[in-house]
Design a protein around this ligand. Structure first.
Ligand code: PHE
Length: 356
């Protein structure tokens, strides 16, 4: 082999040894074997030689090329093995370390609203009470001053259940959370301050009604409770819940058999944009009133000594309004994409509006 080819072989070996990663290795390869690499240039020079020299020179170049190619491939194998080792070392997991916890799962908007209500009313000193979904006729209707054949029973599209053996009172799926008013008054002495979040049922199913939905009831009983207390409590709640300190709130005279006087409560919004607050339009949001003296008496509380107010509102409705959720049905479909969009991190604090 001629000196220049030996020199090229040594120079390539040295360059390969100095190449410590695949990128540097490839530069060496291209510099020797590439289109205008140093060995390729030597091959190109063959054509200029006289035929008798050309054969000998060609054979020598080929020998050098084989050796150089072998050296280049060998270096590649070494560098690839080293790269793999480095990658594996970088991905090494220390199984003795404590696990890195990520917040998995999301809070459903219904649960979030209930948590917020518990926080806001809780700050007013109001506790949480609960009752069963299956009620009897008397607690759901009778004790609440809704006699048999009263139109309110039809309005509520009640699901009736077969009575238990020997039981006079028919069972129903509660049509509102108001029967828990009755349970609470029968179960504890006044003063009473509770909210009752829970499931309610009506035989009604369309785009804006589900046969199962949620309500929150409120009941406050004490001496000297007036309409002023009801209004203050609900105005503070609504402004805190919707996070709008200037939210317009209107009390409109209405009728419920279990309250007297009764009032429906509207909040200000813009019907065209759907934005809450100003806008000049009114949106009905809940029912309320002073607990009817007959209801107090039915529940063993003397209406001459104790007065109270009550309210009830739909949880889905206020949740949809607060978060701009357009459709009711996905609330119950457990579609993970919907939940990822509208759900809340379990770690997100329930913020209380200032002034509550
Ligand atoms: N129970 C009523 C309803 O479901 C709401 C309500 C509760 C109204 C308490 C007044 C007082 O529509």
């Amino acid at each position: 082999m001629t000196d220049d080819l030996l020199a090229l072989q040594h120079a390539t070996d040295a360059a390969l040894a100095a190449a410590t990663d695949l990128r540097a290795w490839d530069a060496v390869r291209v510099g020797v074997l590439g289109k205008s690499g140093s060995l390729t240039e030597k091959l190109k020079g063959l054509g200029a030689l006289p035929p008798e020299q050309r054969r000998e020179r060609g054979a020598a170049i080929n020998v050098a090329k084989d050796a150089i190619t072998a050296a280049i491939e060998a270096r590649k194998a070494v560098l690839e093995a080293a790269a793999l080792d480095a990658k594996l070392a970088g991905e090494r997991i220390d199984v003795t370390l404590p696990p890195a916890l990520s917040a998995l799962g999301l809070i459903h908007p219904i649960s979030r609203t209930m948590d917020e209500m518990a926080a806001i009313f809780g700050a007013m000193g109001i506790a949480i009470a609960e009752g069963p979904d299956v009620e009897d006729d008397w607690r759901n209707f009778g004790a609440l001053n809704i006699p048999a054949h009263h139109s309110a029973r039809e309005d509520m599209d009640t699901f009736y259940l077969p009575g238990l053996n020997g039981e006079a009172r028919r069972r129903v799926l509660r049509t509102h959370t108001s029967p828990v008013q009755v349970r609470t008054m029968l179960g504890q002495e006044p003063p009473i301050r509770v909210i009752v979040p829970g499931r309610t049922y009506r035989a009604d199913h369309d785009a804006t009604h589900s046969p199962m939905f949620h309500q929150v009831e409120g009941l406050v009983i004490d001496r000297g409770i007036t309409l002023g207390h009801l209004k203050g409590c609900l105005i503070d709640f609504l402004r805190a819940f919707f996070g709008i300190s200037s939210l317009p709130v209107r009390f409109r005279s209405s009728y419920f058999p279990f309250t007297e006087p009764s009032m429906e409560v509207d909040i200000g919004w813009n019907r065209r944009t759907g934005e809450l607050g100003g806008g000049g339009d009114w949106l009905e949001i809940l029912g309320s009133g002073m607990v009817h003296p007959k209801v107090l008496a039915n529940c063993g509380i003397d209406p001459r000594e104790w007065q109270g107010f009550a309210f009830g509102m739909g949880i889905e409705r206020v949740t949809m309004l607060k978060h701009g959720i357009p459709d009711l049905r996905p609330f119950y479909e457990s579609d993970i994409r919907w939940l990822r969009h509208y759900g809340f991190s379990a770690l997100a604090a329930v913020a209380l509006h200032e002034g509550v």
